[in-house]
Design a protein around this ligand. Structure first.
Ligand SMILES: C[S@@+](CC[C@H](N)C(=O)[O-])C[C@H]1O[C@@H](n2cnc3c(N)ncnc32)[C@H](O)[C@@H]1O
Length: 186
């Protein structure tokens, strides 16, 4: 009986630790910072097409998570340069493993860095799937650093003070979490 109680307690402790680890991995910087919630795989082809990279492009994913968007874009245009900025260890390591299993090595660079401390001057294309507050904080950075003609695509969270060139409605997609892609030209 005592052994059974001990096993039950051990299972409860393991379950609690697993849930705590999962929550910490999703919200590593508190609930106000964008957590690691991957965008729907159903949208990656569309995002890559909308980015429309050419061999000369330098594409940044600000908060690149598991690099799924970068890999989709690289599959469409393998000669462009892709830079993922991700400060959270768990998705960055997952992203490195995913990229390592492909031939993308020389083309996709995954940086352990903060998006607000990243120089965006080399970017021709930027993708973001963040939160409303970081998007507003990024706007002056985009205005100061992006070259004329640079394209910014944000999933779900618009730049409030800038008119999008286009808004792509995602309601015909099965994804329940995402509603729109906002396309901006700087
Ligand atoms: C919603 S996820 C999007 C991941 C990926 N772009 C996608 O579409 O699947 C946001 C990511 O941004 C990262 N992130 C949030 N704030 C960041 C910051 N200041 N610097 C770098 N990465 C950040 C999070 O760790 C998380 O992985």
């Amino acid at each position: 009986m005592l052994i059974l109680a001990f096993i039950a307690l051990a299972i409860l402790v393991i379950l609690f630790l697993a849930i705590a680890l999962y929550i910490c991995s999703i919200f590593p910087y508190g609930v106000m910072a964008p957590p690691f919630i991957p965008s729907s795989s159903e949208l990656h082809g569309l995002i890559a097409t909308e980015l429309g990279a050419s061999p000369e492009s330098v594409v940044y994913d600000l908060g690149s998570g598991n690099a799924a968007v970068l890999l989709a874009a690289w599959r469409q245009e393998p000669h462009a340069r892709y830079i993922g900025i991700e400060k959270h260890f768990f998705p960055r390591t997952w992203a490195r493993l995913k990229c390592w299993r492909t031939e993308s090595g020389a083309r996709i660079e995954l940086r352990d860095a903060d998006i607000f401390e990243t120089d965006l001057r080399p970017a021709t294309h930027v993708f973001c799937y963040l939160f409303p507050q970081p998007m507003q904080r990024l706007l002056p950075k985009f205005q100061n650093e992006l070259r004329p003609g640079a394209l910014v695509i944000s999933l779900d969270f618009p730049l409030e003070a800038k008119e999008p060139e286009r808004v792509i409605d995602l309601s015909s997609y099965r994804t329940r979490t995402s509603r729109a892609l906002y396309v901006y030209r700087f």
